[in-house]
Design a binder for this molecule. Structure first.
Ligand code: XMP
Length: 326
């Protein structure tokens, strides 16, 4: 069998029973492949790498070494959740690296979107590589490759693989979910006991908030963006919209407008809400958010987030607008 091709006969994993059977099969396969050797995994906290981590912890426990690189561009609470779930709950061998300063220093004054992406992707590989070279006795590299990644690997999304690793790394690969589609990975993740907030997470670009803090990133505007984004997520969850909207986030441009706060002139940035529905991210429609909710989100963001004085709703479908602003 060509192991990069999903056989048409393969059953789709839609139930916990099927997921458990898949897990048992993969646990045995990973044990057979790895033996008593060590495996390294870049754990971003996204769905795919989290499910691979949980599966490998079940298969080989402490022989798995997870490395979580916080590039300082995560959403609020995400690195904390990785530590809580994998270190505290699953007792994983987890190395946490806070590389925020390295990334933000390199990104200082860089406004061009593709240049920002290159810096973030390149630095990620560097940090991971440095950490990997400190470890002894690693023989395998685990990756959260899923089936669509294989289908798209020479297509439009090549630039998306920020989590991608150095090509010259001399490790044999362990890719236990590479024949699964995203929704199957989620079913497997749930069967492995991962929290819904991790398994049902919306797509999040590798460069993270870096492509939503538009133009040259500054720490104060990045902080405002992260806080405003956390409010948006909280309000969407309270309204149940997290179950129906495919992707939603805030972007904050590098411009200020005049406003009034506490009866005083207040110059601030606008927070732009984006909430889109799509099946394949190639085209997208705009979610019709109830006006009352938009008012509530606006009131909260402008009252609670330092530096923001307006909230805008982006009504542009894709095409013409891409989902991300950069
Ligand atoms: P666009 O903006 O191209 O986004 O309409 C389509 C989907 O891809 C995500 N996206 C990225 N994902 N690295 C990623 O890993 C990137 O550089 C990147 N840019 C866009 C975007 O969030 C949306 O889901």
């Amino acid at each position: 069998m060509d192991t990069n091709k999903r056989p048409d006969s393969m059953q789709r994993i839609t139930t916990p029973e099927l997921a458990n059977a898949f897990i048992d099969e993969q646990v045995a396969a990973v044990r057979a492949q790895v033996g008593d050797k060590k495996v390294l995994l870049a754990l971003s906290g996204g769905v795919d790498s989290s499910v691979v981590a949980a599966l490998l912890i079940k298969a080989i426990g402490k022989q798995l070494v997870c490395v979580h690189v916080n590039h300082g561009l995560m959403r609020k609470g995400e690195s904390e959740q990785v530590i809580e779930v994998f270190q505290n709950q699953l007792d994983a061998n987890l190395i946490y690296i806070d590389a925020t300063d390295r990334f933000l220093d390199l990104l200082k004054d860089v406004a061009e979107p593709e240049k920002k992406r290159k810096i973030i992707g390149g630095e990620f590989i560097k940090v991971f590589d440095e950490e990997a070279s400190k470890l002894e006795g690693i023989s395998f590299l685990a990756q959260g490759t899923i089936y669509p990644d294989i289908l798209e690997s020479d297509g439009v999304k090549a630039h998306h693989n920020v989590g991608g690793l150095p090509e010259d790394m001399q490790f044999e690969l362990v890719e236990p979910v590479k024949l699964l589609y995203k929704d199957e990975v989620r079913v497997v993740g749930k069967a492995l006991g991962l929290p819904a907030s991790m398994v049902d997470r919306q797509p999040f670009p590798g460069p993270g908030l870096g492509v939503r803090c538009l133009g040259a990133i500054t720490r104060d505007r990045l902080h405002a963006l992260r806080e405003a984004d956390a409010i948006l997520r909280e309000e969407f969850e309270n309204a149940g919209l997290n179950k129906t909207v495919w992707q939603y986030f805030i972007a904050v441009p590098d411009m200020k407008s005049v406003g009034v706060k506490d009866s005083k002139r207040y110059e601030g940035w606008p927070a732009i809400i984006r909430a889109v529905n799509t099946t394949d991210a190639m085209s997208a429609t705009i979610e019709e958010i109830p006006y009352a909710l938009l008012h509530k989100i606006t009131a909260r963001i402008t009252a609670e987030v330092e530096g923001i004085n307006r909230v805008l709703y982006d009504l542009t479908p894709k095409p013409v607008g891409t989902i991300e602003w950069e």
